[in-house]
Ligand binder design. Structure first.
Ligand code: KG4
Ligand code: ZN
Length: 372
């Protein structure tokens, strides 16, 4: 298909299936040159929580099957909600990595089939890059900007310079914070996914009751969360041994104390990252937080305060765009398309696909560097 003139409108379909959410979205983008207008006409997310909760974590094979069973239903729903026909789609954008290979294959094969059948262009999108660009979908924000990307599988400080240009300052050397929220909720027996549940419980708890450790609480940009997770587990086991079980108050206090500790780690590390960023880019004082854990109100509020203290502008997105969604995939795919910053190799599924192609992998305890 020929590219449209830059001032016409595009209806972009996004497809996302990299983890345990099957998502499809239609985003309408008008006036690409001046005062670009971006409208999310629909954003459908079919989560798989009920399929994975009995296993207390995501089972890749179950996720892959569920994606392939639901992806067409999800897309139909997105088109219906957007009130458009599939023929009105101008561009198809699909997550091709990083993530679980089975889910990625379900999404990419589906999107390729659709693109071929409709004779429409297709762009493969990096899921992490799409999280980073989610703030640009909703706010006017120029590159470069500093981002904390914090989710169930990742935790990194990145300088976002362009659609395909990222510099990683540092990140977790072991677990991702979202994974800790999920595992802690799992051993406390309070449900899955843990993030929103722990946040709700924390509101009723005493965050001062337990003094959990803050590993790597130093002047670097790297972080470590697995020791914190283990400390919370030990404290839980000690209480059970002592009392024969946990009271609701104990659970609430553990949640609040853990959430406070994780927030303090983010605050210090964000402050470090802001100082570094400011040294390099004094005219671009913008901090964004994105990814599932960025939905947490306490973390958002406290990081906004750190931004304010450093005279930085603070950006984030509503919770529904922090967690996995396909609107962000459509938006970044579109940005790549109009800037001719895409190629066929983007459509090869990539379980690992680092954003920063130059910085060395962060050395941690995962087999090939940090797990997240
Ligand atoms: O970005 P996302 O939807 O998927 C990944 O790409 O990983 O993030 C999911 C993660 C889960 O671990 C979930 O527990 C966490 O985000 N999460 C939260 C909150 N909402 C979701 N963590 C803390 N507080 C929340 N309110
Ligand atoms: Zn994600």
């Amino acid at each position: 298909m020929k590219k449209k003139s830059k001032d016409e409108s595009y209806q972009v379909l996004g497809v996302e299936s990299s983890c345990d959410d099957t998502a499809a979205s239609v985003v309408k983008i008008t006036n690409c040159t001046h005062n670009k207008k971006i409208e999310v006409l629909s954003s459908i997310v079919l989560n798989q929580n009920s399929l994975h909760s009995e296993f207390k974590g995501i089972v890749p094979e179950i996720a892959a099957r569920a994606h392939s069973e639901r992806i067409d239903i999800c897309t139909k729903e997105a088109l219906k909600k957007a009130n458009i026909s599939v023929k009105d789609i101008d561009l198809i954008c699909v997550t091709s990595g990083p993530g679980l290979i089975g889910g990625l294959l379900s999404g990419v094969m589906f999107a390729k089939g659709l693109a071929k059948g409709l004779n429409k262009p297709i762009v493969g999108v990096n899921h992490l890059a799409a999280h980073c660009f989610s703030v640009k979908m909703l706010h006017k924000l120029d590159c470069p900007y500093l981002t904390l990307l914090v989710s169930g599988g990742h935790c990194q400080f990145l300088i976002v310079k362009g659609v395909d240009n990222f510099y990683r300052l540092g990140g977790t050397i072991d677990d991702a914070p979202g994974e800790c929220f999920d595992k802690i909720a799992s051993f406390l027996g309070i449900g899955y996914p843990g993030g929103p549940i722990i946040e709700t419980r924390s509101k009723k708890g005493n965050e001062e009751r337990f003094d959990f450790p803050k590993p790597m609480y130093d002047s670097t940009f790297n972080m470590s969360f697995s020791g914190l997770k283990t400390a919370v587990k030990r404290e839980t086991e000690n209480l059970i041994k002592k009392q024969g079980g946990l009271y609701q108050k104990d659970i609430n206090d553990i949640c609040a104390s853990f959430q406070k500790t994780a927030t303090e780690i983010f605050k210090l590390k964000t402050n470090n990252a802001i100082k570094f960023f400011y040294e390099k880019y004094q005219n671009h004082k913008s901090l964004a937080i994105v990814g599932g854990v960025a939905a947490n109100e306490k973390i958002r509020t406290e990081l906004e305060q750190i931004a304010n203290e450093n005279s930085f502008n603070f950006f984030t997105v509503p919770a529904k765009y922090c967690t996995d969604n396909a609107a962000m995939i459509a938006f970044l795919g579109f940005e790549k398309y109009v800037s001719s910053n895409f190629n066929i190799s983007d459509l090869t599924v990539k379980p690992r696909w680092p954003l920063d192609k130059i910085s060395k992998p962060i050395l941690g305890f995962g087999k090939r560097g940090a797990k997240a």
